[in-house]
Ligand binder design. Structure first.
Ligand SMILES: Cc1cc2nc3c(=O)[nH]c(=O)nc-3n(C[C@H](O)[C@H](O)[C@H](O)COP(=O)(O)OP(=O)(O)OC[C@H]3O[C@@H](n4cnc5c(N)ncnc54)[C@H](O)[C@@H]3O)c2cc1C
Length: 103
């Protein structure tokens, strides 16, 4: 995963939450199967691919331009709109589908 946005820890925690929800019961019963692991991957793959796509986009469209000494850099207008800025912050913090531990 790219370091863009510093989402690595957030995603690691989300992975752990989903893995706990899916695996804790089978592990307690001592009968888990490969399809339990496949279900963890199924639930986490799409959000991970989305954030990786977003990281690539932000690298190309924002960071690469900010680091280009031959070009004047201004923060893109959409990042100055509070509502879009807040949506972006939520996406980075919680991913596209926030996860919760089952009780
Ligand atoms: C230099 C650096 C800076 C970073 N900075 C940031 C940051 O500022 N913000 C951010 O959000 N993310 C950051 N990250 C990314 C973040 O650290 C990772 O995305 C996150 O730690 C991944 O968590 P994980 O639990 O999936 O894997 P890991 O944290 O890699 O944990 C895996 C664990 O499994 C253990 N392990 C591996 N194989 C076995 C085995 N066979 N048997 C037993 N144990 C095993 C390893 O020893 C390790 O303890 C950074 C990463 C690096 C390298």
């Amino acid at each position: 995963m790219s370091p863009m946005g510093g989402v690595g820890i957030n995603y690691a925690i989300q992975d752990a939450v989903v893995a706990t929800n899916i695996l804790s019961e089978p592990l307690k019963l001592g009968s888990w199967h490969l399809w339990d692991l496949a279900e963890v991957q199924r639930q986490r793959e799409f959000p991970t691919r989305v954030i990786q796509w977003f990281q690539g986009l932000a690298q190309k469209r924002i960071v690469a331009r900010a680091l280009n000494q031959n070009q004047q850099f201004t923060v893109p207008a959409f990042l100055r709109l509070p509502i879009l800025r807040d949506i972006l912050a939520r996406l980075i913090a919680f991913g596209i589908s926030p996860v919760r531990l089952n009780s």
